[in-house]
Ligand binder design. Structure first.
Ligand SMILES: *[C@@H]1O[C@H](CO)[C@@H](O)[C@H](O)[C@H]1NC(C)=O
Ligand SMILES: [Fe+2]
Length: 249
C-alpha cells in the first residue's frame, strides 16, 4: 500500500515537471505578446507621433488581423485633423460611454422589484442607449476623417459606476441633469479646441454644434422641466406624487 502511494506520488511529480517543461515555450510567447502589446500602447499614447507613421499601413506586420496583402500607398493629404482635436474627440467618446454606463445603473436601480418605477427605468435605459450611440457616432466620425487607422486599444475603457442607489426619482433626475451639464461643457471644450484661425475644423465644429449641442440643450431643458413637475408633485402628494409621475414618464 505504502509502495503504491509512493509510486503514485512519484508519477505526479514527473507529470508536473513534464507539464512545466511543455508549457514553458508557450508562456514565453505569451510574455512576448504582452510586451508587444505594451509597446504598441506606448506608441499610441505618444501624442507627438507624426502623421506619416500614423498612417503607414504597410508597416508593423506583427500587428496581425490586417490581412496578408500590403495596404497600398495612397495620398495622405486628405487626413488633416489636428492632433489636439483628435485627442479631445477621443476623450469625448469616453465621456459618452461613461454617461451611458451611469444611465444603465440608474435604469437598473429603478427596475428593481423593490423599487419598481418602470417609467423611470425605461427613461434611463433609453438614455443609456442614446449615450452609447453618441459614443459610437463619434468613433464613426473619426473613421470618416481617416483618424481610426491604428490600434483602438486606448479608445475605450469600461468605466466602473460609483453610484448605484438614489433616494428617489427626483434625486436621480437631478443627477441626470448634472451629468448632461457636464457632457455639454465637455462638448464645448472639444469645439473650442477644434476651431481656431489656422486649423479651424469647420465640419467637425458644425457637426458638434448642430447635432450634439442641439440635443444637449433640448435634453437639459427636458430634464429641468421634468424635475420641476416632479418636485411640485412631491411637495403636494409625497410618494403618491412620484407614483403618478412615474406612470406618466
Ligand atoms: C470615465 O469613468 C472612469 C471611472 O470608471 C474615470 O476614471 C474616467 O476618468 C472617466 N472618463 C471620462 C472621460 O469622464
Ligand atoms: Fe451624449
Amino acid at each position: 500500500m505504502v509502495k503504491l502511494i509512493a509510486s503514485l506520488m512519484l508519477l505526479a511529480v514527473v507529470a508536473q515537471a513534464y507539464g512545466d517543461f511543455k508549457s514553458k515555450p508557450e508562456s514565453k510567447s505569451v510574455l512576448r505578446e504582452l510586451k508587444n502589446e505594451a509597446s504598441r500602447q506606448n506608441q499610441n499614447q505618444n501624442p507627438n507621433r507624426n502623421e506619416k507613421k500614423n498612417h503607414n499601413h504597410g508597416e508593423g506586420q506583427d500587428q496581425g488581423c490586417k490581412g496578408s496583402l500590403e495596404v497600398p500607398e495612397i495620398p495622405k493629404g486628405w487626413i488633416d485633423m489636428n492632433q489636439k482635436c483628435i485627442n479631445k474627440m477621443r476623450h469625448q467618446i469616453q465621456e459618452e460611454i461613461n454617461a451611458s454606463y451611469q444611465y444603465l445603473a440608474m435604469g437598473a436601480y429603478f427596475a428593481r422589484d423593490t423599487v419598481n418605477r418602470p417609467g423611470f427605468a425605461e427613461h434611463f435605459f433609453t438614455a443609456a442607449k442614446e449615450e452609447r450611440e453618441h459614443g459610437s457616432k463619434l468613433i464613426e466620425y473619426l473613421s470618416m476623417r481617416g483618424q481610426l487607422t491604428d490600434s483602438i486599444t486606448n479608445l475605450i475603457t469600461v468605466p466602473t459606476v460609483a453610484k448605484q442607489e438614489w433616494n428617489n426619482g427626483a434625486a436621480a433626475l437631478e443627477e441626470a441633469l448634472e451629468l448632461e451639464t457636464k457632457v455639454t461643457r465637455s462638448i464645448r471644450d472639444v469645439i473650442k479646441t477644434c476651431e481656431g484661425s489656422k486649423d479651424n475644423d469647420y465640419h467637425l465644429v458644425d457637426y458638434l454644434t448642430g447635432v450634439y449641442l442641439e440635443e444637449q440643450l433640448h435634453g437639459q431643458r427636458d430634464l429641468a422641466g421634468k424635475l420641476t413637475t416632479l418636485k411640485k408633485m412631491l411637495s403636494t402628494h409625497g410618494e403618491l406624487g412620484e407614483f403618478l409621475f412615474d406612470k406618466n414618464l
